[in-house]
Ligand binder design. Sequence first.
Ligand SMILES: O=c1[nH]c(=O)c2[nH]c(=O)[nH]c2[nH]1
Length: 308
Amino acid sequence: MAVNAEGFSFEQRHGKERVRVGRVWKNRAGRHFFVEWNVSINLLSDCAAAYLRDDNSDIVATDTMKNTVYVKAKECSEHISMEDFAIVLAKHFTSFYHQVTTAIVKIVEKPWERVYIDGQLHEHGFKLGSEKHTTEAIVKKSGALQLTSGIEGLALLKTTKSGFEGFIRDQYTALPETRERVLATEITAAWRYSYESLSSVPQKPHYFTERYLDVKKVLVDTFYGPPKEGVYSPSVQNTLYLMAKSVLNRFLDISSIQLKMPNIHFLPVNLKNKDNQTIVKFADDVFLPTDEPHGSIQASLSRSWSKM
Ligand SMILES: O=c1[nH]c(=O)c2[nH]c(=O)[nH]c2[nH]1
């Protein structure tokens, strides 16, 4: 919130970024559960005096914020979802400090996954997976909540059932039309839950972890289509829209979703020798993989006017 400072409009926040914490929980049967979280905290608080003068009396030290992550991790005696942990932290800052009006807590989870050994889940062995689960909880002193979850780095590829035709052609256009190409992307998704107060958040343990896995499955299933026949994609844009729509149709407690789907190009390889004789002729088989440049395609879809 902007305040008047010596005739200027002034807005500020302070916090601690990238606080890393690992937490192990052990159940009675001897199974261990492990998470590694990277936590970023930002507080909106009445501490303008620290900026305007030499008065730090209303400042929550960022070092204290860092310590609070470890204290709250210790206090969570049961395996807790990342979303619930973000809410616990944010609630602490807004209720404990009268100066703090809003707390913004973001967490990115490192994707440690339980390993299978000889077809059996290991009790305490984990290996690093690929895509990351993210969350952001914004809590106000009043108990108002904005809760977002997401995925980063979900890389998907299919080798057919993708094309791109009918786009604008002008004097700068070189791209041929096609109904056969590789479609590859690395998805960043963020979806907003409709729980708008701390008291309305589902109490079921792991509710948000299950939601995360279910949303990911709907996104992935919609991208690929059924295992045998797949589904034809006329553009990244259309596939993105169908993915976003499937999530909103399926999960009624999600009010909006944003998807970023870069179009990662696999270029057809055609090679000629110095006599202009073809030595490799592309037949939907040999590609040059690229990282850049890539297409940038993103959109958000909401049940009503966006709150994202
Ligand atoms: O699915 C696509 N959408 C585009 O907007 C685009 N632009 C382009 O060059 N190739 C593609 N493919």
